[in-house]
Design a protein around this ligand. Sequence first.
Ligand SMILES: *Cc1c(COP(=O)(O)O)cnc(C)c1O
Length: 362
Amino acid sequence: MAQSPMRVSLDGNSLINFSSNDYLGLATDDSIAQAAAKGAARYGVGSGASALVTGYSGVHQCFEKELAQFLQRDRVLLCSSGYQANLAVLSSLAAGNDTIIQDRLCHASLIDGAKLSGAQLRRYPHLDMEGLERQLQRSSDGNTLLVTDGIFSMDGDRAPLDDISRISKEFDAWLVVDDAHGIGITGPQGRGCVAAANLGQDEVPVLVGTLGKAFGCAGAFIAGSDALIDHIVNEGRTYIFSTALSPAIAEAGRAALKLVQSDQWRRDKLDELIAQFREGAREFGIKLMESDTPIQPLLVGSAENALSMSAALQAKGMLVTAIRPPTVPVGASRLRITLSAGHQASDVTHLLEALSQCMSKP
Ligand SMILES: *Cc1c(COP(=O)(O)O)cnc(C)c1O
């Protein structure tokens, strides 16, 4: 039996984990662990080479097909991490005289991908559609890539994908959505923010997702047209020159995909826990940031504050990590609380009580 999903032991103490991205409680699921073991026995643990050499096997192909069907895209390309996938996407789709436009709170890997591409990077204020249009109106010679997270990793809020997709069409920009935190937790059958907004491959030609968060595994994928995937396979250097995803993990990912699709109860339970947490916080007078996702940050200001609250929560049996600059701006340190279908209602009650005790101390 795998351990209880949201418990971790630290220095001999068992803590409830409120800081992982295992949103559906699948990271310790038995059937996924068994699939990994089966995959390892059948194909080996290591892929042994990059995909273009000999690292790509039947299990990768199977999983890519299943993911493409799930996401309603022509094709999917498995990558060994989301960081790698984003670098491959941006560095192969943009170059010197092109422009990449991003929300200011886009994930670090998207900033690094833009740097690697050599294109000009312009950012707009978080979720500000007028700011986005102003950036698009500034003329540029080459192509324009418009890039956003589906759900923002440190704030938990959602990008207005309908508006963004409409604006991208108006300005003839290619839209890239990184849905690392949306895949599995939102949309029909967990198909993510893009499916929740009813947008297809025409509206969102480049979709990136990770397997290390709601899927409870490791790795990532890029989904889109045949031409897009062919292009990345040929030009995406971080994909080409890196060892392919472990076949054992690919087999585990297939098992995770089945559960993501079938277990609507996990998303329902997660939604109930989110509602319980937000309602309880209101009753205790704890002011949360605006978010309806499993990411429920509590802004505390200084890095010292965040660290001391995190330590106080640990003493009460809860693991809540402090997020400080440079991950977030100076003065915007926070406790990044994440909820999971692996939590129980009583875990959330404990957290609320502990938070209100910590916050009432001078
Ligand atoms: C976690 C994350 C990534 C990176 O994915 P890894 O598989 O951990 O490398 C990329 N984008 C976003 C928005 C993320 O939250």
